[in-house]
Design a binder for this molecule. Structure first.
Ligand code: ARG
Length: 400
């Protein structure tokens, strides 16, 4: 039987050419699988047909939008996951769900190998291949761009020579990866890290310098998950989509960073994640109301670990699962409502309500009738500061 290879297909030039390129180089049949993670853009049926026209023996589209929102974006929201304190893991979250569908397709079609269109310099090759190793260790991996010398120029020549139904003239200087959780843009003039992004870099967000009138939004959470917006019930996918629109209109979630890749390279990325950033902001503030102090402090450390594992392609690692069990447990009382003002590039919380919170008005108030016994503070401070006091006295005595 002819060998079969499942290709993670985007519909773009590189993976379209890769279909024939892989077949020529290996003699295998290529099955193209496109995974819908809410990237928008071209109709996926058009993409499916293109794969067949480019020589795939089978092509299909997996609708993973709800799954991606529920099982990948929501854990990231519960964690408040921001790599380098800024990047909400857009691409890092989508690779594992793509891997899952590729592995499923490989089993269905009896393929021995999976292929992806990543270069040898990025994180995504690692996420794909470590992901496959973890959930379908029987599959081999190849990367035509990296392993079969498929350069951009060769791809253009190949597409033109074989008359492939894919534009080769459209000059997009950027490498873009997008899904419902956000959008990543790199390369081109952005590689000079002194160059500011131009307007055409952005797509999910409008210019925050010219904001419409402020937009007030109420987000209801249940155990860390957004379940209603302005009182209307929503699924996780709908919550992200609605917030992408509303926060995007105010230019919220534009990020410009130099980040540390797993492979050791520093790279410059522009991200837009209006929904993710607004939801994380709201979720964080609800946690401020509902998490116990030590638990909240500890969770930040767990979040950093979780975020780095996910960024580093370890979605299926046992450590990530264990950390997630902790995070999940912290979300037990993270229920309530957050009011935010979306305006001028910022999502600012200005109201919170929770029946499961720890904020106690009678303890906090400086008005008459508080229930806090202030006289107890003296003894507390005496003991709390004792070690520091002893150390200071020693220093005064010894002088060094
Ligand atoms: N640097 C980001 C990450 O590793 C995004 C990678 C994909 N970016 C791109 N523009 N193609 O998660």
């Amino acid at each position: 039987m002819t060998d079969r290879i499942v290709l993670a297909y985007s519909g773009g030039l590189d993976t379209s050419v890769a279909i024939g390129w892989i077949a020529d180089a290996t003699g295998a049949e290529v099955i193209a699988v496109a995974v819908d993670v809410g990237q928008g853009g071209e109709d996926l049926e058009v993409i499916r047909q293109r794969a067949l026209d480019c020589g795939a023996v089978e092509a299909y589209v997996a609708d993973a939008r709800d799954e991606f929102a529920e099982e990948y974006c929501m854990p990231a929201l519960k964690a408040n996951a921001l790599y380098h304190d800024k990047y909400p893991l857009v691409s890092a979250l989508s690779r594992p769900v793509i891997v899952k569908h590729i592995a499923k397709a490989a089993r269905e079609f009896g393929a021995s190998t999976m292929a992806h269109g990543c270069t040898g310099k990025g994180n995504d090759q690692v996420r794909f291949e470590v992901g496959i190793t973890s959930i379908a260790p029987e599959l081999k991996c190849i990367a035509p761009v990296r392993d079969l010398a498929l350069t951009r120029d060769k791809a253009i020549d190949y597409a033109e020579k074989h008359n492939l139904p894919i534009a080769t003239t459209k000059k997009n200087p950027f490498s873009i990866d997008q899904n419902v959780w956000g959008r990543a843009v790199e390369t081109g003039f952005l590689e000079d890290i002194w160059n500011a992004p131009t307007k055409d870099v952005y797509d999910y967000t409008d210019d925050p310098a010219f904001p419409p009138v402020p937009d007030e939004v109420l987000i209801t959470f249940e155990k860390g998950i957004p379940v209603a917006i302005d009182g209307q019930k929503v699924t996780p996918l709908q919550a992200i989509e609605i917030m992408n629109q509303r926060a995007g209109a105010h230019g919220i979630g534009r990020i410009d960073i130099v980040e540390d890749r797993l492979v050791g390279i520093k790279s410059r990325e522009i991200y837009e994640a209006p929904g993710a950033i607004a939801l994380i902001e709201a979720h964080k503030e609800l946690e401020n109301v509902t998490l116990e102090r030590e638990q909240a402090r500890y969770k930040r450390r767990i979040t950093d670990e979780w975020t780095e594992l996910v960024y580093d392609g370890m979605w299926s690692s046992p450590l990530k699962d264990s950390l997630e069990a902790f995070i999940e447990d912290t979300q037990r009382y993270v229920s309530g409502e957050i009011r935010m003002q979306l305006h001028g590039g910022k999502a600012i919380v200005d109201g919170r309500k929770s029946d499961t919170g720890l904020y106690d008005f009678n303890l906090a108030t400086y008005d008459e009738g508080d229930t806090f016994d202030q006289s107890a503070a003296r003894g507390f401070i005496e003991i709390y500061g004792l070690a520091a006091k002893q150390a200071a006295a020693r220093q005064a005595r010894l002088g060094y």
